[in-house]
Design a binder for this molecule. Structure first.
Ligand SMILES: [Ca+2]
Ligand SMILES: [Ca+2]
Ligand SMILES: [Ca+2]
Length: 281
């Protein structure tokens, strides 16, 4: 019944094994684009897969790579490519919310560790220039046909190029429980834009060179390393380790928020900075 409803709602948009084109989300003048790859909408390889512009058009692209992935027992991260899936559908291209649905996806035979996965990406423009946010949700359900409980690793990996430049980004995980962190461009002092990233309830995290994170999850059965600080061409990764009975679901949430402080707050920070500097001497 559930499968039939999803198929009916998205008739004609996709079938198992079909290749997806690029899609763009729009809200206000902000844009978020995922570029097509040959094999996967959420690529596992080192591809320039994402383009995020709070002011749209020819303004600065803030993002290199944006990936949701899953690791089943005994396999490396496969992205949400859903080899062998009964169906893959998508909707929302050209709006502010994109939805990608996989039914009975995953590597290996049915009856072992298959899953259904509904990934939603929502773009919200900010009131101030430079502000915008991405909210992403993965509703992950162990297939009813699995023989018993299965432990999955869910991943969200994002390679930011903050302010459009690669090698000067400072990432810090500021709350290792939530999990939350920030990224700033060390050369960008005005306006005081910063990025906040959050992976609610993540089991593990990592800020690092994003190729390092990708190699970790794609190259074998290795966990993210809980590193909390990185300077350079980096990104952030979240890992949710979940054990699900047949038919049981888990919802993983991840967001990226480009924040521009109100002028009064920015002025206060500028005023306080010399005092902080003096105290450190
Ligand atoms: Ca905007
Ligand atoms: Ca930068
Ligand atoms: Ca980067």
């Amino acid at each position: 019944m559930r499968i039939r409803l999803i198929l009916a709602a998205s008739a004609g948009l996709g079938l198992a094994g079909s290749a997806f084109g690029a899609f763009t989300l729009n809200n206000g003048n902000a844009t978020f684009t995922m570029l097509a790859s040959a094999s996967s909408l959420f690529p596992t390889s080192n591809l320039s897969g994402a383009d995020f512009r709070p002011e749209g058009g020819a303004t600065t692209d803030q993002m290199f790579y944006y990936n949701w992935g899953v690791r089943q027992p005994g396999f490396s991260n496969a992205g949400l490519t859903a080899a062998g899936a009964s169906s893959i559908t998508e909707s929302g291209t050209g709006t502010d919310t994109y939805t990608h649905t996989i039914i009975n996806g995953g590597t290996g035979p049915a009856g072992q560790s298959r899953y259904d996965a509904v990934t939603t990406i929502r773009l919200t423009d900010g009131a101030l220039p430079g502000a915008a946010r991405l909210d992403s949700t993965l509703v992950f359900t162990a297939s009813q046909g699995n023989a018993g409980p299965v432990t999955y690793q869910l991943f969200h990996i994002v390679d930011n190029d903050f302010n459009g430049s690669l090698n000067n980004d400072q990432f810090n995980v500021t709350d290792t429980t939530a999990v939350r962190g920030t990224v700033v461009d060390t050369l960008l002092t005005a306006p005081a834009v910063f990025g906040e990233f959050e992976g609610l309830g993540a089991s593990r995290y990592e800020v690092s060179g994003s190729s390092t994170i990708r190699s970790r999850i794609n190259g074998g059965i290795v966990d993210l390393n809980n590193s909390a600080s990185f300077l350079g061409d980096g990104g952030y990764g979240f890992q949710w380790t979940v054990t699900l009975a047949p038919g049981e679901s888990y919802t993983a949430r991840s967001s990226y928020n480009l924040v521009v402080p109100e002028p009064a707050t920015a002025g206060l920070l500028i005023t306080l900075a010399p005092a902080f500097l003096r105290r450190r001497r």
